[in-house]
Design a protein around this ligand. Structure first.
Ligand SMILES: Cc1cc2nc3c(=O)[nH]c(=O)nc-3n(C[C@H](O)[C@H](O)[C@H](O)COP(=O)(O)OP(=O)(O)OC[C@H]3O[C@@H](n4cnc5c(N)ncnc54)[C@H](O)[C@@H]3O)c2cc1C
Length: 426
């Protein structure tokens, strides 16, 4: 019987436990709270730059969003280049567009350069349009990225049907910079290489208190360990707790639910995503899908706000899969799991430094595999040099969302409303 969170990504038997010894002697250059892609990418590049760093995670490496996600490596941010330049001004906007363009490279480059044992396919991501409005948005996006030399292409109805094998799309957009990975292997492999270059990594170490004495941070864990560091980076994202007052109230954590089918029979597998691309569709409550390990179909979408209590809580994912691929009727769904995604009101990641040497990064809008890999590298650059221009986004004050406690109720109602609108457009 599957349990109620049973990911398709499996920790390799050979994956080590990360239990670096915590010493209260001396002062580290940085303690990183959170061992997901953000924390580990920061640790890897900071250690490579010669800094002494220690990562502490409340649980096991990969238990957060980084080990649970869909493994779609998608460049770009929520906004297209022209909107970013309009919002941030020419200089920062252009730099941000370059950063956004590079986020998928950050993943595939580290896999190549550090020889990470991560299954991947780099054959692109398709944004599939199911309405004329979505098609127009795709054409606009295509124009903007093509003008910047990106390897992208607009797809017509016949092309998208051939590439996806799915029903119901009018066309779409192919971004060849993108690809798919096994996200749990990627996270564990980042931890392995970060540790190999000297970063300490410790699991089951929840940080419960941060205090500052004479310019040095004292980091206390639930188990009673005390570390000292000149900088602390909170890389806790959607799993942010009360460690830094107000931070959790700057994001709305949403649940993303995923399913994986049994391995598909060869003939059926050949008719679905033969090129191995990832897909997200254009619905308000979008679904995203790809082929996964052993030729399974993996599909995800927004889930209910309360933790799931039965397999029925994934029924919307199963319906979406059959709507796209009626031929999958009768193929068993073998895996169901979920994780938390951090949304910010402006749909951009937020970087904070509320006190000197105390940094926090939150908000990836469900697109953090590339983003957090690239952002971690930039954060390491900032830690190593103190040059704030290494960070692609401006540091901003921590601004809790007004009426945060009621926000999730509002989100649940909005999701239900959007689902209904999506159903009407079918
Ligand atoms: C179901 C799902 C599907 C997704 N699909 C995709 C996708 O296909 N493509 C994509 O780009 N993005 C996707 N995302 C988003 C992506 O997974 C995240 O943006 C990314 O993994 C965030 O990485 P992170 O390191 O910032 O956070 P996380 O990986 O969530 O790590 C945060 C860590 O902080 C730790 N922590 C929290 N509090 C403390 C504390 N007090 N002390 C110590 N440790 C603490 C937690 O244990 C956790 O391990 C998906 C997310 C989910 C949930």
């Amino acid at each position: 019987m599957p349990t109620f969170s049973d990911p398709v990504w499996q920790k390799p038997q050979t994956a080590p436990a990360f239990q670096s010894e915590l010493s209260s002697d001396g002062t580290l250059d940085a303690v990183i709270v959170g061992g997901g892609i953000m924390g580990l990418s920061t640790a890897l590049y900071a250690a490579r730059a010669g800094l002494s760093v220690q990562v502490l995670d409340a649980g096991a490496i990969g238990q957060g969003a980084s080990g649970l996600n869909g493994g779609q490596v998608i460049p770009g941010l929520k906004y297209d280049p022209e909107r970013l330049i309009e919002h941030f001004g020419k200089e920062r906007g252009e730099a941000l567009v370059d950063f956004a363009a590079s986020t998928a490279d950050a993943v595939f480059d580290v896999i190549r350069d550090e020889k990470l044992a991560v299954p991947f396919t780099r054959n692109g991501w398709i944004q599939a349009a199911h309405t004329e409005t979505a098609l127009k948005a795709a054409a606009n996006r295509d124009r903007q990225w093509r003008a910047r030399g990106a390897d992208v292409k607009l797809l017509d109805r016949a092309e998208i049907a051939a590439m996806t094998g799915a029903k119901g799309y009018l066309g779409g957009w192919l971004d060849r910079r993108a690809g798919v990975i096994d996200p749990l292997s990627y996270t564990l492999e980042l931890a392995r290489v970060a540790s190999a270059v000297g970063a300490g990594i410790a699991e089951q170490q929840r940080v419960v208190r941060l205090t500052k004495e004479a310019g040095v941070w004292r980091v206390s864990t639930q188990g009673g360990a005390e570390l000292r560091a000149t900088r602390v980076v909170l890389a806790t994202n959607a799993y942010t707790d009360g460690l830094l007052p107000g931070l959790a109230q700057t994001i709305v954590p949403l649940h993303s639910f995923q399913i994986a089918t049994a391995p598909l029979p060869a003939e059926l597998a050949a008719s679905i995503l033969p090129g191995g691309q990832a897909v997200s569709d254009s619905r308000r409550i979008l679904v995203y899908y790809r082929k996964g390990p052993d030729g399974r179909m993996v599909l995800g979408g927004r889930g209910r706000m309360a933790p799931p209590s039965s397999a029925a809580d994934w029924a919307h994912c199963e319906r979406a899969l059959l709507r796209l691929y009626p031929a999958l009727a009768g193929i068993a769904v073998e895996k169901r799991w979920f994780g938390r995604v951090a949304m910010t009101p402006d749909h951009l990641p937020h970087l904070h430094e509320p006190e000197k040497g105390l940094l926090a990064v939150v908000g990836c809008q469900g697109r953090g595999v590339g983003l957090m890999s690239a952002l971690g590298k930039r954060m390491a650059g900032y830690l190593a040099t103190g040059d704030v221009s290494r960070l692609p986004f401006p540091l901003s004050p921590i601004r809790p969302i007004p009426f945060h406690a009621f926000r999730q109720v509002g989100v649940a109602a909005t999701i239900a409303w959007y689902r209904m609108l999506d159903a009407l457009e079918r």
